[in-house]
Design a protein around this ligand. Structure first.
Ligand code: SF4
Ligand code: SF4
Length: 416
């Protein structure tokens, strides 16, 4: 399957959908006004509604029936995916599980992307777009009203430098993970249209794969509302100029944050279904089909949660239980926040966890987040039978799998 935004041959056969699950943004671009319910507009930042992660999965399932050739599922706002990192990552994990064959992609300003690159790669996102509008602080100061990073708001050239530093650092990190990187540059006439070649040269040096020059759209109630949209001839020239450094993308459709269909030919009828999903009541436990296990070797439940650097993830299919992957648990320290991260990120698709022991606080946090906690000792399959089939757990004699004190701090079951 080819990505239609990155391969022009695929644009008339492979459809893409954007899931509008990220309403907040961490910067303010002077050309952006993220107003919703703007059905006649086709530009980034616009969406008719915003969905919760689980609503987005239900919407996708309905959408697939209407648009069977969907090959790409992306998140492009209406704000920035990583100003809404929890929602973005939860959505992507659930989408990956429900649609294992689709290409996953993201479009971001790059400010908060770096800390999430390992997780993005682990989930299997293969295509990322970063919008870089200039390499010069004085130009960036004209384009961005403010930039919020690490709980501080930066303005002027300082804001531009903070943003640019993060954006450029991400490109090699993404390439190390084998992720295809596209650079978007929004052409604002008289502001950055003379800087496009230097952006192409620098980002190509860092490893970016392709570049897309997007004409700025003068939007009401923004700083740039009086600027003229760049003429077509200028856009054509810029695409030719950057070809000396990087592969130009020539068929961008300036997609909305809730676009669905072929590039440039959104399926308005299918997109109109989104409203019914934004009001859908979703159950917190729904969509959690997997089970996490604290285990030394993947055969026995024999590890205290506090000592588990990784958990094994299992799921049930028509052929029985099968191992899906191992996931790192959040680093030690951080108290309740560590267990919230475990529940809300690491185990976002899990309905239960099997542990040999667990403290009171993590137990409470996991349960409050809708995750069943089974303290047990014995074969993982027996614990999975208990979760999926409600069968009693067959507990091994403690000495069969570990010496007392090896893995339990006294909070596990069976310590006499
Ligand atoms: Fe708007 Fe995107 Fe800029 Fe945020 S990064 S202000 S959503 S255009
Ligand atoms: Fe992915 Fe961007 Fe294409 Fe949307 S426009 S499908 S986010 S590459």
């Amino acid at each position: 399957m080819q990505h239609p935004c990155f391969n022009s041959e695929a644009k008339s056969t492979v459809a893409r959908v954007h899931l509008p699950i990220a309403p907040k943004c961490n910067i303010q671009c002077n050309y952006c006004n993220r107003k919703y319910d703007c059905v006649n507009e086709s530009r980034p930042g616009v969406s008719s509604t915003v969905l919760l992660p689980l609503q987005a999965v239900h919407y996708l399932k309905a959408l697939e029936a209407k648009i069977p050739n969907i090959g790409v599922i992306g998140i492009a706002g209406p704000g920035d995916p990583f100003a809404n990192a929890d929602e973005t990552l939860a959505t992507l994990r659930m989408v990956r599980q429900a649609f294992p064959d689709k290409i996953l992609c993201l479009s971001t300003n790059g400010l908060e992307l770096a800390p999430h690159i390992d997780e993005i790669a682990e989930i299997g996102i293969t295509h990322i777009t970063i919008t870089i509008n200039s390499l010069r602080p004085e130009t960036l100061a004209k384009i961005y009203r403010w930039v919020r990073h690490n709980r501080r708001v930066y303005r002027g050239e300082e804001g531009g430098k903070v943003l640019l530093e993060q954006q450029l650092a991400c490109i090699p990190l993404l390439k190390k993970k084998g992720i295809t990187v596209k650079i978007n540059t929004v052409i604002c006439p008289g502001i950055n249209d003379g800087e496009v070649e230097e952006i192409a040269r620098k980002t190509a040096e860092l490893g970016a794969d392709t570049m897309n020059c997007i004409p700025m759209y003068p939007t009401e109630n923004t700083e740039f509302e009086a600027l003229q949209e760049p003429p077509k001839a200028l856009m054509k020239k810029l695409k030719t100029d950057i070809a000396a450094y990087i592969k130009p993308m020539k068929h961008c459709a300036r997609c909305r944050a809730d676009a669905a269909g072929l590039l440039g030919k959104d399926d308005a009828e299918a997109m109109s279904m989104i409203g019914q999903f934004s009001t859908m009541v979703v159950n917190q436990g729904e969509g959690r089909t997997r089970v996490a296990v604290a285990s030394h070797e993947g055969l026995l439940v024999n590890l205290h949660l506090g000592e588990a650097r990784k958990v094994y993830i299992f799921e049930r299919s028509a052929n029985g239980y099968h191992f899906v992957e191992m996931r790192n648990t959040p680093a030690e320290g951080g108290g309740t926040a560590r267990w919230e991260e475990l529940a809300q990120k690491t185990l976002i698709d899990c309905q239960a966890i099997l542990v040999a022991g667990i403290g009171q606080n993590p137990m409470q946090v996991l349960q409050q987040n809708g995750i069943r906690v089974l303290q047990m000792s014995g074969l993982i399959d027996s614990g999975l039978d208990a979760v999926y089939l409600n069968m009693p757990i067959k507990t091994l004699c403690r000495s069969e799998y570990t010496k007392c004190g090896d893995s339990c701090r006294g909070t596990g079951s069976g310590c006499g």
